[in-house]
Design a binder for this molecule. Structure first.
Ligand code: GLP
Length: 247
């Protein structure tokens, strides 16, 4: 496992954007797994900036988002589809982008999730998956207790995630969904490369548990310790409790 520690969230954005853009330059038909959240925000901004300066292009790239709230549509400002459109896809053209559809009726969700898995496989599998980490150790929306062999599915959000992610919903005076569709842990672990981003002091404890604690389904991100090709980019605050710093 490679751990790169950068000064702050600005450098984290730059380092992660450079990693993605260099990889895409080397393999233009790249398949990317993409996250949402505050942490990757500056990665997208930097990729858009590189693109505007002619330094990043992705016309042959296929993307698969990690997750989506269940019950929100593309037009909902709190949806991850809205986030992706406004932070990235309206600026950077890709070959194909896929985001789990949070409006699939319950009785069709299982079949839909299976088709999301098949699409990933048919595209050649994920080359690089970028992850954030939830305050409870979740990756995508795989909450504590999720099986390491889990696949794309409908999940219930944990009480901590509902608390952590509620702010934009409170501001918009809307009820926050308590369900989501998420790629599974096994799906993510099949990605050839995984890059986990962590920023801010609030992630210091959980990052330490994920990287230096036991590998357990109670801390979904801890499974990354067993992946052959994982790079962690953390800012100094998030990395402040790690015993092993650097590579
Ligand atoms: C959400 C997403 C996760 C993300 C997490 C961390 O719950 N489903 O994929 O990693 O938030 O978000 P933030 O970067 O805002 O702390």
């Amino acid at each position: 496992m490679r751990i790169d520690i950068v000064k702050n969230k600005i450098e984290l954005g730059r380092a992660s954007a450079n990693f993605v853009s260099e990889a895409v330059a080397k393999k233009p038909r790249m398949v990317l797994g993409l996250p949402t959240g505050n942490t990757p925000l500056l990665m997208y901004k930097d990729l858009v900036h590189l693109h505007k300066n002619g330094l990043f292009d992705a016309p042959q790239v296929t993307t698969f988002n990690l997750d989506e709230y269940y019950g929100l549509s593309l037009r909902d400002r709190q949806s991850y589809a809205y986030f992706m459109k406004n932070m990235f896809f309206k600026y950077v053209e890709v070959l194909e982008s896929h985001i789990p559809n949070g409006l699939i009726p319950k009785e069709k969700v299982e079949e839909y999730c299976g088709s999301y898995e098949r699409l990933i496989a048919a595209s050649g599998g994920l080359d690089i998956t970028v992850l954030g980490i939830g305050g409870d150790g979740h990756i995508a929306f795989n909450e504590p207790g999720s099986s390491f062999s889990s696949r794309t599915r409908l999940v219930e959000l944990s009480a901590q995630t509902i608390k952590d992610n509620s702010e934009p919903f409170i501001k918009a005076k809307k009820k926050m969904p308590t369900l989501a569709i998420t790629m599974g842990i096994a799906t993510i672990m099949e990605s050839r490369t995984i890059m986990l981003l962590a920023s801010r002091k609030s992630k210091a404890d959980i990052l330490k548990r994920a990287l230096e604690g036991p590998v357990t389904e109670d801390v979904p991100a801890s499974i990354l310790q067993t992946h052959k090709n994982v790079i962690i980019i953390a800012d100094e605050e998030a990395a402040s409790k790690l015993a092993k710093k650097g590579r």
